[in-house]
Design a protein around this ligand. Structure first.
Ligand code: ADP
Ligand code: MG
Length: 405
């Protein structure tokens, strides 16, 4: 089951609709990080370098009120695209209408057109109310956007877990749909780990809560050979095992019970930390390493400890597929980032040894990027919620709508 990708398309002379993820962070109309624009260049370049006419579009932020319209104007992103791709980008400040239709029809081979934030369609300015036409996949809107082009390329993974007019709506109304290079990479790595992991397959889970990730934990328990647990989540599991977790972040009894069930079902697959770095307050001052059976009431575990890192290294030895979601500790604090850095190092080493190493999830992906591991692991996912749902084994509408080869 292989998906069609952009390079499988004959784009010459065709108007190619390209859904990108240009949902960049902005402050007062200025882009603070253009990684996502850079990441979309290969797909757009393939289209224009092969005689296609590129029609590029994306959502930006959420548009629920009239104020959100001005706040989420995507024009500065079109400007940045122009600078990065070193070609003119014709920007139409509308999501429909004659100006947009004329611009699409007048495009010449190798030219680029970009239109306004797709989520402007989520708010009806005249009626002054939220209508969610883009976000709720309004049938008329998807068909309209499809009518602007000949073929469709979806390269936006971050929104692939939601059916919108700008992904499945368009796909339902064009003859051909392919994945862009970014989406292709997500399918190759996350899809590969879900459908057909090379074993041994080890999952690492952390982050704040068990309750956020029940689906992912269960899916990984079914699929992986081992599941290593860190982050605040470890304390819900340790409490389920009967340990005193002191003042660490831990969830209510309901989830402690759930953790107990998962441990019982896991047949020894779940590996819990043996020590943690503790502090007595949630602040960025040095803590001390303590074994998990030695916690006092005041102890607050903010990171995994050195013995745990050694244990995880042993469990990961020889792994061929590693999936990681959720930081090992409060990595935002310098004193509690060592566990997360340590796991990044372990993944970097395994990658060199030929393993497929995949990091998914909003904060974990951001942590790995910030810590400088982007080029040292096989894949850092570009989607937060989308990568979690994909790891759960759910079918993502934005991928399902892409044609098979
Ligand atoms: P992701 O976005 O990668 O899925 P989560 O959102 O689940 O990850 O969790 C990330 C958050 O978990 C971080 O902000 C981090 O500070 C927090 N965290 C990790 N370990 C601990 C801990 N021991 N105590 C409190 N918070 C923690
Ligand atoms: Mg998060």
């Amino acid at each position: 089951m292989a998906k069609k990708i952009v390079s499988d398309l004959n784009v010459k002379g065709k108007k190619v609709l390209i859904r990108v993820d240009f949902n960049v962070p902005m402050k007062n109309g200025v882009i603070t990080d253009d990684t996502r624009v850079r990441a979309a260049l290969p797909t757009i370049e393939y289209v224009i370098n092969n005689g296609g006419k590129a029609i590029v579009f994306s959502h930006l932020g959420r548009v629920k009120t009239a104020e959100d319209i001005a706040k989420n104007d995507i024009a500065p992103v079109a400007k940045r695209l122009e600078e990065l791709i070193k070609k003119p980008v014709k920007f139409v400040n509308a999501t429909r209408g004659k100006e947009l239709e004329d611009a699409a029809n007048q495009l010449k081979e190798g030219e680029i057109l970009m239109f306004q934030n797709t989520r402007y369609e989520d708010f009806d300015v005249n009626a002054n109310k939220e209508v969610k036409k883009e976000s709720k996949n309004d049938a008329e809107l998807g068909a309209y956007w499809a009518s602007l082009g000949d073929v469709f390329v979806n390269d936006a993974f971050g929104t692939a877990h939601r059916a919108a007019a700008s992904n499945v709506g368009i796909a339902a109304n064009v003859k051909e749909t392919a994945a862009g290079y970014l989406l292709e990479k997500e399918i190759k790595f996350i899809g590969g780990a879900v459908d057909n992991p090379v074993r041994p397959y080890v999952a690492i889970l952390g982050g704040s809560k068990v309750s956020d990730k029940i689906g992912v934990i269960e899916a990984l328990l079914n699929k992986a050979d081992k599941v290593l647990v860190g982050g605040a989540m470890m304390f819900t599991f340790l409490k389920a095992e009967g340990y005193n977790v002191g003042s660490s972040r831990c969830e209510e009894q309901e989830f402690v019970d759930l953790a107990k069930n998962l441990l019982a079902k896991a047949n020894g697959k779940i590996v819990l930390p043996v020590d943690a770095i503790v502090n007595t307050a949630f602040e960025d001052i040095p803590g001390v390493a303590k074994d998990v059976d030695k916690f006092d009431q005041a102890d607050m575990g903010l990171d995994i400890g050195p013995k745990t890192l050694k244990l995880f290294e042993k469990e990961l030895a020889g792994a061929k597929t590693v999936v990681w979601n959720g930081p090992m500790g409060v990595f935002e604090m310098k004193n509690y980032a060592q566990g997360t850095i340590g796991v990044c190092d372990l993944l970097a080493k395994l990658t060199k040894e030929g393993a497929s190493t995949i990091i998914g999830g909003g904060d974990s992906a951001a942590a790995a990027e910030q810590l400088g591991y982007a080029s040292k692991v096989s894949h850092i996912s570009t989607g937060g919620g989308a990568s979690l749902e994909y790891l759960e084994g759910k079918e993502l509408p934005g991928i399902a709508c892409v044609d098979e080869k």
